[in-house]
Write a protein that binds this ligand. Structure first.
Ligand code: ZN
Ligand code: ZN
Ligand code: ZN
Length: 377
């Protein structure tokens, strides 16, 4: 079955209820009494609620085996919470300025319970809870339930496919803009404009790493004027319909050198081989090993200086991480990047990246632009 890009059906209260129920089940399986979720990607995914601003006033969703899902919210933000799509699935307890919000939240927690707590919780809130309930224990949600959002449903897959298609359309257009003599920042601005034109509501990154800057995987874009002969790493993405895109292609300005061609071919083969290894049951680490094996075999192992990939969903970086040591098996519906690279310090870099989902028996790419080396002007 092929997953197609889709104009999404809005998430319903039922979708959120299913997610909340699943989280409690997973928490109990992990030996927890429940989870506590502060504003951020987990809360958005669980309830559809995103505060307009995250402030020092406590907002906290409590999901537990013993009480109905309940969100503790500042009284003045109650109307915003009630307007959220998932609001019919949880109770609301508000607290007014001057009250102790930790005492209010504490009444929803067992005094000696064990809870997962979302990574985005401010430490002042965790410390407040610990003071209110000294015998309650907490674990980071990323450690206790790392795969909470990792398996996507059909609606989410359609959105990720749509985001990927928009990123692909962006790449198709950027091949026609001028590179030589313009600054990296100018091409980055073109990428951002195109992502929005093709339906992204948010642009998260527009990497344009020309020449030696391409050898720094964290270089975004700068004032460097792009030169004829440069290899240029283009890595861009953001959110469309609330779900992420993230793709990388490396192009050359005019004809590439033999070395750029050779390195590009190694990266392309590593990316292709790792993609072909994707199927349910294979571990995340194994995908990393496959990509790394191809690059090591070609003699560039030490120049592949990062993990092979990361998950994507309501954020552009989340579990599962495609990295040595991550022995979790792939499951249908997981979505992640495969993005091997080779970085020759001071000279140039090459990276190729697609978002891939796991189907019932293989992998399917959400990025489908040509992975051969393109020459731009
Ligand atoms: Zn259940
Ligand atoms: Zn990327
Ligand atoms: Zn990526």
């Amino acid at each position: 079955m092929t997953i197609a890009a889709a104009e999404p059906v809005p998430f319903t209260a039922d979708d959120y209820a299913v997610r909340m129920h699943r989280v409690v089940d997973q928490a109990v399986e992990a030996g927890l009494d429940g989870v506590i979720v502060a504003p951020g990607p987990d809360l958005l995914w669980l309830t559809g609620y995103r505060p307009t601003a995250i402030t020092e006033r406590l907002t906290m969703l409590v999901l537990s085996r013993s009480v109905r899902p309940t969100m503790v919210v500042p009284t003045l933000e109650r109307p915003d919470v009630e307007a959220a799509k998932g609001a019919t699935c949880f109770g609301i307890v508000d607290w007014s300025d001057g009250a102790d919000p930790y005492a209010v939240a504490g009444r929803l927690l067992q005094p000696d319970g064990r809870f997962g707590i979302s990574d985005s919780t401010w430490s002042m809130h965790l410390l407040g809870l610990q003071e209110a309930l000294p015998d309650t224990r907490y674990r980071a949600l990323s450690h206790s339930l790392p795969m909470l959002r990792a398996v996507k449903d059909a609606n989410e897959l359609g959105r990720l496919a749509a985001a990927g298609a928009a990123a692909d359309a962006t790449f198709g257009e950027i091949l026609h803009v001028r590179f030589a003599g313009r600054r990296e920042n100018d091409v980055a601005a073109d990428l951002a404009r195109l992502l929005r034109e093709f339906g992204h509501e948010q642009v998260d990154f527009t990497v344009v790493g020309s020449g030696p800057n391409g050898a720094n995987p964290h270089h975004e874009a700068g004032d460097r004027a792009i030169q004829p002969g440069d290899a240029v790493v283009l890595d861009f993405g953001g959110l469309r319909y609330g779900y992420g895109s993230d793709t990388t292609r490396t192009v050359t300005v005019g004809e590439p050198s033999a070395e750029v061609r050779r390195v590009h071919e190694v990266v392309r083969l590593a990316q292709q081989t790792a993609f072909e290894a994707v199927r349910p049951g294979v571990s995340c680490a194994e995908i990393d090993r496959v990509a790394r094996g191809v690059i090591t075999e070609a003699g560039y192992g030490p120049q592949f200086i990062h993990r092979t990939g990361h998950g994507i969903g309501v954020t552009t970086h989340e579990p599962p991480y495609i990295v040595e040591g991550e022995e979790l098996p792939l499951k249908p519906g997981m979505c992640f990047s495969i993005e091997p690279g080779i970085y020759l310090s001071g000279r140039f870099g090459v990276r190729i990246e697609d978002i891939v989902t796991v189907t019932s028996d293989a992998g399917q790419r959400f990025n489908n632009t040509d992975r051969s080396l393109h020459v731009v002007e």
